[in-house]
Design a protein around this ligand. Sequence first.
Ligand code: PLP
Length: 426
Amino acid sequence: MTKSRQLFEEAVKVIPGGVNSPVRAFGSVGGTPRFIRRAEGAYLYDEDDNAYLDFVGSWGPMILGHSHADVLKSVQEACQQGLSFGAATAAEVDMAKLVCEMVPSVEMVRMVNSGTEAVMSAIRVARGFTGRDKIVKFAGCYHGHSDGLLVQAGSGVMTSGVPDSLGVPMGCTKDTLTARYNDLDSVRAHFARCGEEIAAVIAEPVAANMGVVPPAPGFLQGLRELCDAYGAVLIFDEVITGFRLGTDGAQGFYGVMPDITTFGKIIGGGMPVGAYGGKRCIMELVSPLGDVYQAGTLSGNPVAMAAGIAQLTILKEHPEYYKSLNGMGDWFYGQIAGRLEKAGLPWQMNHVGSLGCLYFTSQEVRDYEGAKTSDTEVFAAYCNYMLREGIYLAPSQFEAMFLSLAHTEELLKEVLERITIFLQKI
Ligand SMILES: *Cc1c(COP(=O)(O)O)cnc(C)c1O
């Protein structure tokens, strides 16, 4: 029996499902989750000493590759000074300045401990600012696990078989309206019906929790215009896309400015960090300056800030990294698409920059309905085949593939060969 298997058997006795976040359980692809001991560059190493070329990157944060020397050094130095003070620190000022400089739509920012917390807080501020209760979200977009947002929520919720969650009172979701991604008419209909009650529209500017679904031309701009017309706040949830598509995220990539942006994942460099920020006139409502309450004992934690600052500083100083990472994504995913065509397979290779998703469906994937047409049994076979070949993909159809700066062309060519063999076998 492998060590992973042994650990999993122990884990399920004391942790629900053996994991601390559902997708890690490999439930939708079968098999035993690999227990990871360490990671370096583009590789994960499990407890049985197997190496895997990693396309998850801790679900996005490890954009520089695992165990980047500068990030580790910065964290180690911060640790020497103490782990937490629960008081203001210089690092928090540095972090806030970095975010405001890198993301022009953000004039003030508040640090929190996760993406979930960032989104939950952003929505509270939007409601406080507008004095309205309703929010519009898109089917298949995931915004963390807070009550009001667990409606057609994509990601782990998509494969767990329950559309929503037990334990969420009806009252918590009655103000959550759902629209269809890439369908402005579905948003317009909500505004036409109750535009004066809508506080915010929240969207992933590239949907990356139902696989990867790029925004159709004009979609994000259309959301901007609808929000302006009705005085609603536009929130871009850039927990995945922030600092991934460019220093200024998807909003810079597509040239559409939201009022509030939420961050997570990359911003923490691998530590538990989230943030929300935006226009000064909105952020001034956050306590203690304003009357929207939001707090956190460990928010702005010095060790977490050290990791985030180190990673963001490297990204800010090297805008060319984005050119090479996005270029690598275009090439790699383009190669997969080419091989599908050559093999006469009608499957869909969606991608934006370094984010990609291969769907096993002949239908174009533009929204949640389209994503759900993918054959998850073929995905499971694909995922397990790749794992046996030492390639670690997200163990769910409805997650993105993440490239990092440690993924060289040479490594990716190897992966393409494996994919070609899989396509021939199927
Ligand atoms: C991961 C994710 C979240 C939730 O972040 P956590 O840190 O897991 O709480 C929210 N929104 C998006 C778009 C995400 O990808």
